[in-house]
Write a protein that binds this ligand. Structure first.
Ligand SMILES: [Zn+2]
Length: 357
């Protein structure tokens, strides 16, 4: 029997790729927009939620990224950032996520006068607050924060330094995001080299809309620990006999985690449908595959929903869901002993109770 959505909600889940500005509650966007006088494309929370998923369904990454102008516009004060972060932690915990790395770009939250450290501190405090509320509901969640620099901008070194500055306050890694075409990750080489010298962790959005050169640069030039999406690695796998090219073999041999985001990939055109998503092939070939939400608001999704969609499309059961979850926990940016404790004390007992083999 395939696990149902309601059963999956009870399973412990791990999320490595989720954007803070892509996961607001529609009702929160409506309320915060009213406070700051930001005009929205819809008035009610329901209509707005639908607008976001429709706009994100257009099939282009650029159009998809446009939807963020509305969420970012209402996240420009310490109070609003705190609220959004707290609700994020709470929503994830209620969905059964036990460990999450949520990312955001501090440089996008400066239009009303906040400084970069003020933005980071507001979000970190919000995660602490939300985690405490979740624990009080009996749904403990460990939150990790990733700071994102924008690919097209020139602030990556500053954001990298900010990440290291807050490494003991909840920031566990660094990322770059934004449109891939024309903005190769090597533009930010100084930031990645700095992070390596600091023994810090980073992931890079690569191989989503753009192909193998982007993945190759992220790994072999920039030294990324993980690939944000990385789904185009399939371009280096022969569809006839499933043989791996040099880059795909390297990614698999080195166990480089792929932060796959099925619904988001379908929306941006990186995959034609969930059923045809390369996650099936990549799992068969035992790449270090993880399942992620990317932008819960734009995709109208959650971790449980992503897993339920995969169960429907590929016939996965608890064994596969546990494998994705352990893969993600192994690939997290927190310390080894903490990862191990979550795997042995929370994840494995949780799936055993649900009937995983
Ligand atoms: Zn992303």
């Amino acid at each position: 029997m395939a696990p149902t959505y309601d059963e999956i909600r009870l399973a412990p889940k791990v999320l490595l790729h989720d954007h803070l500005d892509g996961g607001l509650r529609p009702s929160t966007v409506v309320e915060l927009a009213a406070e700051v006088g930001h005009e929205l494309p819809a008035d009610s929370a329901d209509a707005l939620g639908e607008w976001f998923t429709r706009a994100a369904d257009s099939g282009s990454l650029e159009r998809y990224l446009e939807t963020f102008s509305h969420t970012v516009a209402v996240m420009q004060t310490a109070e609003s950032l705190h609220r959004v972060a707290a609700e994020c932690a709470l929503d994830l915990a209620r969905d059964g996520v036990v460990y999450a790395e949520v990312r955001f770009a501090p440089e996008q939250h400066l239009t009303r006068g906040l400084t970069l450290p003020e933005v980071v501190e507001a979000v970190l405090a919000g995660f602490v607050d939300g985690s405490a509320r979740a624990a009080a509901e009996g749904k403990p969640i460990r939150m990790g924060t990733l700071l994102t620099a924008m690919r097209h901008a020139a602030r990556s070194m500053e954001i990298a330094e900010l990440s290291v500055r807050y490494r003991d306050g909840g920031v566990v890694g660094f990322d770059i995001a934004g449109a891939e075409a024309g903005f190769p990750p090597t533009r930010h080489l100084d930031a990645f080299e700095y992070l390596q010298r600091e023994n810090f962790h980073f992931t890079i959005h690569a191989g989503e809309a753009f192909g193998l050169p982007s993945i190759w640069q992220a790994i072999q030039w920039c030294g990324a620990d993980r690939l944000g999406h990385g789904v185009r690695i399939v371009d280096d796998i022969d569809p006839a006999d499933r043989s791996l090219g040099r880059l795909a073999a390297y990614v698999r041999d080195k166990r480089i985690p792929l932060e796959l985001c099925p619904s988001s990939n379908v929306q941006t055109g990186a995959a034609p449908s969930i059923a045809e998503h390369p996650i099936g092939l990549l799992r068969d070939l035992r790449f270090r595959v993880t399942v992620n939400t990317d932008n819960r608001l734009m995709s109208g999704t959650s971790m449980s929903r992503e897993m339920a969609l995969l169960c429907d499309a590929f016939g996965y059961g608890w064994t596969e869901l546990q494998w994705f979850t352990v893969n993600a926990m192994k690939s997290a940016f927190i310390a080894f002993d903490e990862r191990l404790a979550l795997i042995n004390d929370v994840i494995k007992p949780g799936y055993a109770k649900l009937g995983a083999a």
